[in-house]
Write a protein that binds this ligand. Structure first.
Ligand SMILES: Cc1cc2nc3c(=O)[nH]c(=O)nc-3n(C[C@H](O)[C@H](O)[C@H](O)COP(=O)(O)OP(=O)(O)OC[C@H]3O[C@@H](n4cnc5c(N)ncnc54)[C@H](O)[C@@H]3O)c2cc1C
Length: 373
């Protein structure tokens, strides 16, 4: 049974929507999350889950950098709260490795070292022997690498499951298999949503529908809603299994990440295909990922192939998410467009969005506002 009304309705049961719901539930806000398929069915479940601002966010893009660093700071306490609520999101602060196999790659890694340490990462260049001491299965073709000790990884599906569990305990309502078909308005004010299961009244609606977040702008065309420039970027990842083999931490080369999982599988990610909504795992994608993984770990060439999965990243023109109110539509806000870093940025995104929904002050979200486009 769907609720008849709520303070906030969130469209989308990926990591973004579920994280915001959890933060709101902690503040005793009545919140309903509507997911048309299954929680984490999209990119949030297909993700590699690497938490690494160092290699994913440009420190010169200050708002993104702050969001990344705040998330990194929040992850350990969030993970222990979620564990206490019953589901381990499998966050591990193992550090993250980036390897160099050519002189150019080594020069580039070394060049960035000083700046990265100014930013407080405590990173260091490790030569071949030191790399192999830490990760003995790495190819002896490696020249060296940089180890960033404060970063790590989380398992996307488990993170979403743990958020749903923890927020439900605090009174949030979650529904799978319920599609939002339209928004309800009075003049330029949101009054609720129309779903495949009936209507819900709500003064606040949050659009966290990942790459599908552009659609409501079309529903609200008559109200003059602006376009939401979120586009799809498909990504594939695979799982491999080799008894006795598991890297200690995520290991990156120029082509791919190799990420350990608690269940003993090895995740390899990711391909990047612009403009694609399909979730087909292709032969080309799989062979590219296996070759890229074997560059770091030759022993993975004869690992068992377990499975492949694809997800669709939500991208924006400037690779920053869109966070905050939708101009001209009172009560509608957006949290979408995190592209390749939505898992990493989820704690700080949720913190900012929940605060905005509570106090209506959009100033902290200004760098991410839709009106920048
Ligand atoms: C292969 C791959 C590897 C990645 N690796 C990393 C990584 O290492 N680190 C990192 O930080 N990020 C990574 N990412 C990116 C990250 O996974 C995404 O940025 C993040 O999951 C986006 O989450 P989201 O909740 O915004 O969107 P989604 O996960 O897409 O969730 C949106 C949800 O909205 C639902 N929905 C849409 N329309 C409606 C509607 N009308 N009604 C109801 N529900 C609706 C969808 O079904 C979907 O479940 C990776 C992504 C991929 C694909």
């Amino acid at each position: 049974m769907l609720e008849k009304s709520s303070d906030v309705v969130i469209i989308g049961g990926g990591v973004t929507g579920c994280s915001i719901a959890y933060q709101l539930a902690k503040q005793q806000v009545r919140v309903v999350v509507l997911e048309r398929t299954r929680f984490a069915a999209g990119a949030s479940g297909a993700t590699a889950g690497v938490i690494s601002p160092l290699w994913h966010v440009d420190p010169e893009v200050e708002p993104m950098w702050r969001l990344g660093m705040r998330s990194l700071e929040l992850f350990p306490s969030l993970a222990s709260e979620l564990c206490e609520a019953g589901v381990d999101p499998e966050f591990r602060q193992t550090g993250v490795f980036k390897l160099a196999f050519t002189d150019e790659e080594a020069d580039e890694l070394r060049r960035n070292l000083v700046r990265q340490n100014e930013l407080g990462f405590g990173v260091a260049w490790l030569d071949q022997a030191e790399v192999l001491q830490r990760e003995p299965e790495v190819s002896t073709a490696v020249l060296g690498g940089i180890f960033s000790p404060k970063e790590g990884y989380v398992r996307g599906q488990r993170l979403v499951d743990s958020l749903v569990q923890a927020a439900s305990r605090l009174g949030a309502q979650f529904h799978q298999g319920v599609e939002v078909l339209n928004l309800r308005t009075e003049g330029k004010r949101i009054t609720g949503v129309v779903t495949s299961w009936g209507n819900i009244d709500a003064p606040q609606v949050v659009l966290a529908a990942g790459p599908w977040s552009g659609l409501p702008a079309r529903w609200l065309r008559q109200q003059g809603a602006p376009e939401i420039p979120v586009r799809p970027v498909k990504g594939e990842r695979i799982l491999l299994r080799k008894p006795g083999f598991l890297p200690r931490s995520p290991v990156r080369n120029s082509e791919a990440y190799v990420v350990p999982r608690m269940d003993g599988d090895v995740l390899v990610a990711a391909t990047r295909l612009e403009g694609r909504f399909d979730e087909v795992v292709t032969a080309g994608g799989v062979s590219h990922l296996i070759a890229a993984a074997a560059l770091s770990f030759p022993g993975l060439s004869d690992a068992e192939f377990v499975s492949g999965r694809a997800g669709v990243r939500p991208a924006t023109p400037d690779r920053m998410p869109i966070l905050g109110p939708a101009p001209d539509v009172e009560g509608l806000s957006i949290a979408a467009g995190h592209d390749a870093v939505g898992i990493m940025l989820s704690p700080a995104t949720a913190e900012l969005m929940a605060q905005y929904l509570l106090d209506g002050n959009a100033a902290p979200l200004e760098p991410f506002s839709l009106s920048r486009f």
